[in-house]
Design a protein around this ligand. Structure first.
Ligand code: NAD
Length: 489
C-alpha cells in the first residue's frame, strides 16, 4: 500500500451551487477539505455565510413560485427518475469522491452511491401517487384534503453518509414539490456538489435544488434561522439538533430531527449464531462505526455470553483498517477530533479495567497522518457508564450479559436513544414481545439493516429525534395537509 494514491482530480470548484450555477462565496473565502486517509488537504469548498444562504433561499423561492412549482407531479417524478439514472451512470465517480472525502472503503462508498440512486428512483415513482382524501360530512357539504408542499425546505446533512442522507431527504422533499436548500457538512460535501450539477444536467429548473457549503455554526445556523425556510430536515448530533430546533421554534417552522443512536443487539441463547455473528460485526464496523444506526451495544443471554464473545473476538482480531483506497474492513475516522473522542472512550475503558476481547489492526503502511483506530470488542461494560450509554461514533462494540427477557428489555431501553435495535431469537412470541417492548424507531428481528431500507420509514424516539424519513412515510413530513370544506347545498 502506498502512502499516496492516484485519485482523480477534484473537478468541483470551491463554490456554492445556486440556481443551477456555480457561485463563489460572497466573501470569496474558501475552506480546505482534508482527506481522512492521510490528513492532508486535497480540495477546497466555499466558506458560506448568511448572505450566501440568503441568495440560495431566494433562488429556491423563485423556483417554487415559478417553473418548479408549476411542473406537474408526474413531470417532477420524471426528473427524479432521470436524476436516479444520472447518479447510476456516474456512480463510480461519485463513489470515489465520497470515499476520499469521508475516508470510507470503496465498497461502502459504492453501496452509498447505489442507495442514493435508489432513493431518487423510489421518490420519482411516488411523486404523482401521493394524494389527499374526501371526508364524509353532512349533506350539502364536500370536504377534501390536499397534500401541499411546505415551500422552501432546508436540509442540513452530516458527513458520515452524504450521498445516502441527501438522497432520502432531498428526494422526499422534491417528490412532494418543495424547492430545496442544502447545507452539507464542512467535512464532506464534494459528492453532493457534483450531484447538484448532475441534477441541473438532467433538467431540474433553476433554483429547485441549491447547495450552500460552509461551517455549521455560520451557514448551517443561518439556514436554520432563515425566515424564508418553511421546513427544516436536520440529520446530525443531538446537541446541534436541539439548537436547530430551537431556532426553528422561534418562527414556528416544522422540523424533522434525525439524531444519534446507541443501537442494542439482543442475542438470546436460541439464536442462530452462524447467521448473527457476521451481521453483528458489520453493524458496528460499517463506516468505521460512524453510523447513527450502528449496533454499538451487544446484549447476550448469560448462558452463551462467553461463547459469543469468544467467537466474536476472533472476528474482531481479523479486522483490518486502512485508507479508503485500500478497501479494507474499516477506513479512518472523519477527522482528528473524532479520533480523539474515540480514543478518549477507549482510555476510559482501560482506566476502568474493562477487558478488550478482540481488536483489529491498522495496516502497517497506512499513511501516518490518517485518523485510524482499531475496531474494539469490550466485555462487561456497565449498563450505565459513559461507554454503555453514549454514542462513541467509532468501531467500538460494548458487550454486556443479561439474565432473561425482562432484563434484556430493561438494558435495551436504558439509554437516552431509541433509533434502531436488533433482536436475535428463534422464539416467535419473544420476537413480537420484544419488538413491542423496545423503545426504538426500528426493530430488526434476525437481521439488522437488511436491504438498505430505502422503503422503510426511519427515525427515532427520545434523543434520537422525531419525524420520519425514508419510505412513503417521509412524504407526510415533507408536505402539509390542507382541509377544504365546500358548502354547495
Ligand atoms: P453535527 O451535528 O456536528 O453536524 C451535522 C450538520 O449540522 C453538519 O452539516 C454541520 O455543518 C451542521 N451544523 C453544525 N452546527 C450547526 C449549527 N449551530 N446550526 C446549524 N447547523 C449546524 O453532527 P456530526 O458530528 O456532523 O454528525 C454526527 C452525528 O450525526 C452523530 O451524533 C450521528 O448519530 C448523527 N447522525 C444521525 C443520523 C440519523 O439519520 N439519525 C444519520 C447520520 C448521523
Amino acid at each position: 500500500m502506498n502512502a499516496q494514491h492516484a485519485w482523480a482530480p477534484v473537478t468541483t470548484p470551491p463554490q456554492h451551487f445556486i440556481d443551477n450555477r456555480w457561485v463563489p462565496a460572497v466573501t470569496g473565502a474558501t475552506l480546505p477539505m482534508i482527506d481522512p486517509s492521510d490528513g492532508r488537504p486535497f480540495a477546497a469548498i466555499a466558506f458560506g455565510t448568511a448572505e450566501d444562504v440568503d441568495g440560495a433561499v431566494a433562488a429556491a423561492r423563485r423556483a417554487f413560485e415559478g417553473p418548479w412549482g408549476r411542473l406537474a407531479p408526474a413531470e417532477k417524478g420524471r426528473l427524479l427518475g432521470r436524476l436516479a439514472r444520472a447518479v447510476g451512470d456516474h456512480a463510480e465517480e461519485l463513489a470515489l469522491l465520497e470515499a476520499r472525502d469521508c475516508g470510507k472503503p470503496l465498497k461502502q462508498a459504492r453501496a452509498d452511491a447505489a442507495a442514493c440512486a435508489r432513493y431518487f428512483e423510489f421518490y420519482g415513482g411516488a411523486s404523482d401517487k401521493f394524494h389527499g382524501e374526501t371526508i364524509p360530512y353532512p349533506a350539502g357539504y364536500t370536504v377534501l384534503t390536499w397534500r401541499e408542499p411546505h415551500g422552501v425546505t432546508g436540509h442540513i446533512i452530516p458527513w458520515n453518509y452524504p450521498l445516502q442522507i441527501f438522497g432520502r431527504s432531498v428526494g422526499g422533499a422534491l417528490a412532494t414539490g418543495n424547492a430545496c436548500v442544502v447545507k452539507p457538512a464542512e467535512d464532506a460535501c464534494l459528492s453532493l456538489l457534483r450531484l447538484a450539477e448532475l441534477a441541473a444536467g438532467v433538467g431540474f429548473p433553476d433554483g429547485a435544488l441549491n447547495i450552500v457549503t460552509g461551517l455549521g455554526r455560520e451557514a448551517g445556523a443561518a439556514l436554520a434561522a432563515h425566515r424564508g425556510i418553511d421546513h427544516i430536515s436536520f440529520t446530525g448530533s443531538p446537541p446541534t439538533g436541539a439548537a436547530v430546533a430551537g431556532e426553528a421554534a422561534r418562527r414556528h417552522c416544522p422540523v424533522t430531527l434525525e439524531l444519534g443512536g446507541k443501537g442494542p443487539q439482543l442475542v438470546f441463547a436460541d439464536a442462530d449464531l452462524d447467521a448473527a455473528l457476521p451481521v453483528l460485526v458489520n453493524a458496528i464496523v460499517q463506516n468505521a462505526g460512524q453510523t447513527c444506526s450502528a449496533g454499538s451495544r451487544l446484549l447476550v443471554e448469560a448462558s452463551r455470553y462467553d461463547e459469543v464473545l469468544e467467537r466474536l473476538g476472533r472476528r474482531f482480531a481479523a479486522l483490518k483498517v486502512g485508507p479508503a483506497w485500500a478497501d479494507l474492513d474499516c477506513g479512518p475516522l472523519i477527522r482528528a477530533s473524532q479520533l480523539e473522542r474515540v480514543l478518549g472512550f477507549l482510555a476510559d475503558a482501560e482506566r476502568d479495567g474493562i477487558a478488550v476481547v478482540g481488536r483489529g489492526t491498522v495496516a502497517a503502511d497506512a499513511p501516518a497522518g490518517g485518523y485510524y483506530v482499531e475496531p474494539h470488542l469490550l466485555r462487561d461494560v456497565p449498563v450505565h457508564c459513559r461507554l454503555g450509554c453514549e454514542e462513541v461514533f467509532g468501531p467500538v462494540l460494548a458487550a454486556m450479559p443479561f439474565v432473561d427477557e425482562a432484563d434484556a428489555v430493561r438494558i435495551a431501553n436504558a439509554t437516552e436513544f431509541g433509533l434502531v435495535a436488533g433482536v436475535w431469537t428463534r422464539d416467535g412470541g419473544r420476537q413480537l414481545r420484544l419488538a413491542r417492548a423496545i423503545r426504538s424507531g426500528q426493530v430488526f428481528v434476525n437481521n439488522y439493516g437488511a436491504g438498505g431500507g430505502v422503503e422503510l420509514p426511519f427515525g427515532g424516539v427520545k434523543s434520537s429525534g422525531h419525524g420520519r424519513e425514508k419510505g412513503l412515510e417521509a412524504l407526510y413530513g415533507f408536505s402539509v395537509l390542507k382541509t377544504v370544506v365546500l358548502q354547495h347545498g
